[in-house]
Design a protein around this ligand. Structure first.
Ligand code: PAF
Length: 282
């Protein structure tokens, strides 16, 4: 695996793959790799000759400095995992490489970025869109792979790629879960043992909503009520965001559950904010 820290190095590596007629799949990460990331890489591998990964803890998508400071990071362990996975090239830039001094440009998906999770995390999706656009321009892959857990992020990236005419296919990959249902996340390692046990309430709340929808005759308000009641029963969880929208385009919905919906949920356990998501197809 080639480890590239500068833009010319990674461009040269990708140009080499292309010169050999090989296609390139990209997986962008903030490190602290887990099975969820590896699943993205295996999916990319199934579709492409070469897989490029990036590790960059992007400061512009963190609202609070403390959240950025506590973000887990272990480059050596990550590199060992990437080698074992047979990744062809890793882009591991410094902050000044992605955001050079005098930097003036941001990317914002205006409506999508400011609704839903964007309301509780102002500027978060602007930071995500800006860094992903830069990583796309630097790495120039044929396709990129993102987890469905970050449902709104996936929609923001799809909109950005469409609107800015990036010649890159975007693939969403289903959420990978622990045996007890907790969605895999780099943040999970920061949970105390008690909060780790409590955090299963997120998937339990989504299961309860799905079961209610499956009974028939449910309204969006019924699903919201089931989720709020389930989360409230767990004293260690503080619900931060609950949005039920149309699955395509994330428009607000009310009334009967009669179309494909997306439920997006965020809750805090101690100081750790976790998110989860479920599509409901009645
Ligand atoms: O999902 C993530 O890990 C990050 O938001 C991403 C897409 C790598 C951008 O920093």
């Amino acid at each position: 695996m080639e480890i590239c820290t500068s833009v010319p190095e990674i461009r040269q590596a990708v140009a080499g793959f292309r010169a050999a007629g090989e296609s390139v799949g990209l997986v962008t990460t903030m490190g602290a790799l887990h099975e969820g990331h590896l699943t993205l890489m295996r999916t990319a591998r199934a579709d492409h000759d070469r897989v490029v990964a990036t590790i960059f803890v992007n400061p512009t998508q963190f609202g609070e400095v403390a959240d950025l400071a506590h973000y887990p990071s272990d480059d050596e362990a990550d590199i060992a995992l990437l080698r074992a996975e047979g990744i062809d090239a890793l882009f591991l830039p410094r902050v000044e490489t992605i955001y050079p001094p005098g930097d003036q440009t941001i990317v914002e998906t205006t409506d999508l970025a400011n609704r839903l999770h964007g309301k509780t995390r102002p500027g978060h999706f602007r930071g995500v869109a800006t860094v992903v656009a830069r990583l796309f321009n630097i790495c120039q892959p044929d396709a990129a792979y993102f987890g469905e857990k970050d449902y709104q992020q996936l929609q923001v990236i799809r909109a950005m790629v469409r609107d800015l005419h990036f010649p890159i296919q975007i693939h969403g990959v289903p959420t990978v879960r622990e045996a007890d249902g907790l969605a895999m996340s780099s943040r999970n390692v920061r949970l105390s043992p008690e909060d780790r046990a409590a955090a299963t309430v997120l998937s339990a709340a989504l299961d309860a909503a799905e079961a209610r929808a499956g009974q028939g005759g449910a309204t969006v308000a019924d699903l919201e009520a089931v989720i709020r009641t389930t989360i409230k029963a767990e004293p260690r969880a503080t619900l931060r965001g609950l949005d039920i929208t149309a699955a395509d385009g994330l428009a607000p919905v009310t009334g009967p559950v009669d179309r494909r919906l997306a439920i997006m949920l965020s809750a805090e356990f101690g100081s750790v904010l976790l998110i989860d998501q479920r599509e409901i197809d009645p």
